[in-house]
Design a protein around this ligand. Structure first.
Ligand code: ADP
Length: 262
């Protein structure tokens, strides 16, 4: 709270007293801090891959590896993987800023969740297979259609499934389920992964929050996936929740309105 000005209380010409006017600026300050932290985080996230790319490119340009083509190829691979990281970071930032601008227009249609899950899985199948992870979505076949934005919902499923694969050790299992709850359909993604400590659970939907920063980076994470999920589910009027036990696994669930039956 800050004192902004004094207002004199006059009775004719006679000063009777003064009123102190205070302004509560704590909310403005809080928002300003969130914005500042965000800019600092983004700069930090962007700087890391750029620094790596610059360093490796400079070494290659200096000709130091002219007689070691194998190492040179390895350097190019590192440059490539960090460029990919920049691409996903910039993509996630653009999606998030669009979602946070408040005027997201959803393209609503009848969506068959099973189709959306299968579509998302096509992109991730290889990644799961590489780790020997089994994905079971046998029970979602019977799920009733919901009303939603197909593309955005696919993004939600991609982010949740991608996390499940990233944070589950080899030979684990991921189960996608749909449960009927009156007017809503509840979709859940369960993994047999490392789980999330209780103290971190309330914060994992925040931008750039990671339980283990090194691990997230190593897995190609941006720290933005769950914030994107949260915004999309909220824009659909749904609810998002998470349950997790360290060492056992996690379940992320969200609800969506069922399409009206005619
Ligand atoms: P990231 O790109 O780091 O995966 P997210 O926003 O998708 O960012 O997730 C935030 C953090 O939540 C992750 O860094 C990870 O620590 C934790 N997390 C998300 N999904 C899971 C999961 N299925 N199992 C364990 N931890 C998870």
């Amino acid at each position: 709270t800050i004192l902004t000005h004094w207002v004199p209380l006059l009775d004719g010409d006679r000063l009777q007293g003064v009123v102190a006017v205070f302004h509560d600026i704590s909310n403005i300050k809080r928002l300003e801090k969130i914005r500042r932290d965000f800019v600092a985080n983004v700069s930090h996230e962007l700087r890391t891959p750029v620094t790596v790319i610059k360093g490796y490119a400079e070494t290659l340009l200096s000709g130091a590896l002219a007689s070691d083509p194998e190492r040179a190829v390895r350097f190019v691979e590192i440059i490539h993987s960090h460029s990919e990281r920049l691409t996903s970071l910039i993509g996630d930032l653009l999606t998030l800023s669009e979602l946070e601008s408040g005027d997201v227009s959803l393209e609503l249609s009848m969506v068959n969740i099973e189709g959306t899950v299968r579509h998302a899985l096509m992109l991730l199948e290889q990644k799961a297979a590489d780790k020997g992870i089994t994905i079971d979505c046998s029970t979602i076949k019977a799920a009733p259609p919901i009303l939603g934005d197909r593309g955005r919902l696919e993004q939600v499923l991609i982010n949740l499934l991608d996390n499940a694969i990233k944070y589950t050790p080899e030979k684990g299992t991921i189960t996608v389920k749909a449960a009927d709850e009156e007017k809503m359909l509840k979709i859940s993604v369960t993994d047999t992964g490392m789980g999330i400590p209780p103290k971190d659970l309330p914060r994992i939907f925040e931008r750039f929050y990671r339980v283990d920063e090194a691990r997230s980076r190593e897995q190609g994470g941006t720290g933005l996936g769950l914030s994107i999920v949260k915004h999309i589910v909220q824009a659909h009027g749904g609810a998002l929740s998470v349950e997790s036990t360290v060492g056992k696994g996690s379940t992320f669930s969200f609800t969506l309105k069922k399409a009206e039956e005619k």
